[in-house]
Write a protein that binds this ligand. Structure first.
Ligand code: FAD
Ligand code: NA7
Length: 461
C-alpha cells in the first residue's frame, strides 16, 4: 500500500538516508508513498553543513551546528562508507582515510544530488509541535516557515524524526565559574582553535569532543591544554603540553581547582560534557527520552517508537558507525512503512529491546561497543535489500582505529585503510595531519602535492 503520507523532520545524513531509501525504491520502478521532508536550516547535510554562527541563526532559531573549522573525520572514512555510493564512485580516485569536513560534506551531497531528493525538502522550515490524532490515526505537525514567517500544519501517517542529538549542550555548573574572567563555552559553540593560540585552556569532559578539541588546540598553538575528567581519563599518550586531571571542584577567578588538590590558572574553558536528546516539538508521550548510548530504550530495532509505531527515529544511537548505519535504519524504516516488515506485538518488541539493552550493559571496552553496534547493524540488514558489505572487516578497522589512537593521538589520521566496498586502499594524504593547517576541499584534492608525497612514509593497515 503506498497511498499514505510520510513526514521526515531533518535533512541531515539520517533524513537524507530516508529520502535515498525511498528513491532507491522508485528507481526499481516501485511506487512510493507521498513524502515530504522539513529542514530548519537553509541547506541539507545536518552537522556537516558548517556554520560560523553560534547562539541563534538569522531567524532566531537555536543554531544546530556543532562542527568547527579544521574539523577532520575522527574515524576512518572506510567505516562510514555508503554501500550504494562509494568514495571511488564519488571522487574517482583513492583519497586518504581521514578527510576534512568539507570533503565528507561533498561526498554526502554527491549521492543525494544524483536523485530528486531536493524536491522533497522544504528548507528554512522548523517543526514546532506534533499531535497524534487518535481518530484519524495520523500525526498533525505544526511547522514554521521561517523565511515567510508563516505557521502551517500538515498531516502524516508516519513521522520520521532525524533531528540528530549532538546539538543541545549538556552544560553542568561548577561553583565559581560565574566569575571566570575568560571565555567559557560548550563544545557546541567551539568554532576553531585560532582564538586559543598561546592560551592556557581547560577542557572539561573526556570523550570525543574533549579529545579532538584538545588535539586541535595543541595543533594550532595553544600554550597548554588540561583535560579534566569525571569518570575516566582518555588515557592517550599525550605530548608535552596536554595533560589530564580529575574533575574540577570549583573556580576562583581564573584559577580552577581539581579533585586531586591541584590548581591552575586558565585563559579559557571549553566544556565538552556531551549533548541532550532534545525534541521540543514532541509531546511527552511521543518523546524519546534517553542519554547518549548505543541502544536507547523504547525503540524497536533502534528505529520504531514503542508507544506509537507510526513514529520512527533515525540516528538516535551513540555512533561508531554513522552514514551506513543511518542507511541500514532508513531501509528498515522504508520496508516497515511499505508493509514488507511485520513487527511483533508490544510485549515481544519490549523483550527484544530489553535483550539489546542488556547486551549493551554487558559491554565494557571500546572493542565491545564496536562489536555491539556491528551486531545491531547486521541484524537490521537481514530485513532489507540494503547492499550487503563485510561488517566484520569494518569492525576490525574500528578496532585498529581505537588502537592507533592509543598509540599516537597526534598521527592516527595519517594511517590509511582499505575499503570493504571497493577493495581500494586509501591514498596517504600529501601532508601529515599535524602539519596540515588547510582543511579545504581544494587543498585536500591537490594532485600536485599528492604526486610529490614520499611513498616511503606510507603507513597503512
Ligand atoms: P544531524 O546531522 O544533526 O542533522 C539533523 C538535522 O535536523 C539538521 O539539519 C537540523 O537542522 C535538523 N533539525 C533539527 N531540529 C529540527 C526541527 N525541529 N525542524 C526541522 N529540522 C530540524 N560522524 C562521523 O561519521 N565522523 C565524524 O568525524 C564526526 N564528527 C563529528 C563531530 C562533531 C563535533 C559532531 C557534533 C558530530 C560528529 N559526527 C561525526 C556525528 C554526526 O552527528 C553524524 O555524522 C551525522 O551528522 C548525524 O546525522 P543526523 O542526520 O542524525 O543528525
Ligand atoms: P559524549 O561522547 O556523550 O561524552 C560526554 C562526556 O562528558 C563524557 O566524557 C562524560 O563523562 C562527560 N560529562 C558529562 N557530564 C559531565 C559532568 N557533569 N561533569 C563532567 N563531565 C561530564 O559527548 P561528546 O561531545 O564528547 O561526543 C559527542 C559527539 O560529538 C561524538 O559523536 C563526536 O563524534 C562529536 P563520563 O564518562 O560520563 O563521566
Amino acid at each position: 500500500m503506498t497511498n499514505f503520507k510520510v513526514g521526515i523532520i531533518g535533512a541531515g545524513p539520517s533524513g537524507l538516508a530516508m529520502l535515498r531509501a525511498f528513491e532507491a525504491e522508485l528507481k526499481k520502478g516501485n511506487a512510493i508513498p507521498e513524502i515530504k521532508c522539513y529542514e530548519k536550516q537553509d541547506n541539507w547535510g545536518g552537522m556537516w553543513n558548517y556554520t560560523w554562527r553560534t547562539g541563534v541563526g538569522k531567524y532566531g532559531e537555536p543554531i544546530h551546528g556543532s562542527m568547527y573549522k579544521y574539523l577532520w573525520s575522527n574515524g576512518p572514512k572506510e567505516c562510514l562508507e555508503f554501500a550504494d555510493y562509494t568514495f571511488m564512485d564519488h571522487f574517482k580516485k583513492p583519497i586518504s582515510s581521514y578527510p576534512p569536513r568539507e570533503v565528507l560534506f561533498d561526498y554526502i551531497q554527491g549521492r543525494i544530488k544524483k536523485s530528486k531528493a531536493r524536491d522533497y525538502i522544504q528548507f528554512n522550515t522548523v517543526a514546532r509541535w506534533v499531535d497524534y490524532l487518535e481518530d484519524k490515526k495520523q500525526f498533525r505537525v505544526i511547522f514554521d516557515d521561517l523565511k515567510k514567517n508563516e505557521t502551517f500544519e500538515e498531516y502524516f501517517d508516519y513521522l520520521v524524526v532525524g533531528t540528530g542529538h549532538f546539538s543541545t549542550p549538556n552544560m553542568p555548573y561548577f561553583k565559581g565559574i560565574d566569575n571566570f574572567p575568560g571565555a567559557v563555552m560548550h563544545a557546541h559553540d567551539f568554532r576553531g582553535a585560532d582564538q586559543f593560540i598561546d592560551k592556557d585552556i581547560l577542557i572539561i569532559g573526556s570523550s570525543y569532543s574533549a579529545e579532538d578539541i584538545a588535539v586541535q588546540c595543541y595543533k594550532h598553538g595553544s600554550n597548554s591544554i588540561t583535560i579534566s575528567y569525571r569518570s575516566n581519563p582518555i588515557g592517550a599518550k599525550w605530548p608535552k603540553g596536554i595533560e589530564e586531571r580529575p574533575l574540577v571542584t570549583h573556580f576562583e577567578d581564573s584559577t580552577a581547582y581539581f579533585k586531586d588538590g591541584s590548581s591552575q590558572k586558565f585563559d579559557a574553558v571549553v566544556v565538552c560534557t556531551g549533548y541532550q536528546h532534545k525534541f521540543p516539538f514532541l509531546p511527552d508521550n511521543l518523546r524519546l527520552k534517553t542519554k547518549n548510548c548505543l541502544y536507547p530504550d523504547n525503540l524497536y530495532k533502534g528505529v520504531v517508537f514503542q508507544e506509537n509505531t507510526q513514529l520512527l527515529f533515525l540516528g538516535m544511537q551513540d555512533q561508531y558507525y554513522t552514514f551506513n548505519m543511518f542507511d541500514a535504519q532508513a531501509w528498515f524504516a522504508r520496508d516497515y512503512m511499505l508493509g514488507r516488515i511485520e513487527i511483533p506485538e508490544a510485549e515481544e518488541r519490549a523483550a527484544d529491546i530489553a535483550h539489546w539493552m542488556k547486551m549493551e550493559a554487558e559491554t565494557e571496552t571500546g572493542d565491545d561497543h564496536v562489536d555491539f553496534q556491528t551486531a545491531y547493524i547486521k541484524d537490521l540488514m537481514t530485513y532489507t535489500d540494503y547492499p550487503p558489505f563485510d561488517l566484520d572487516k569494518v569492525a576490525e578497522m574500528f578496532k585498529l582505529w581505537l588502537e592507533s589512537k592509543e598509540e599516537n593521538i597526534l598521527n592516527y589520521r595519517d594511517k590509511v585503510y582499505r575499503s570493504v566496498m571497493t577493495d581500494t586502499l586509501a591514498e596517504e594524504h600529501h601532508t601529515s595531519w599535524m602539519e596540515e593547517l588547510d582543511d579545504s576541499l581544494e587543498r585536500f584534492l591537490d594532485e600536485e602535492e599528492a604526486d610529490e608525497k614520499e611513498l616511503s612514509k606510507v603507513n597503512y593497515y
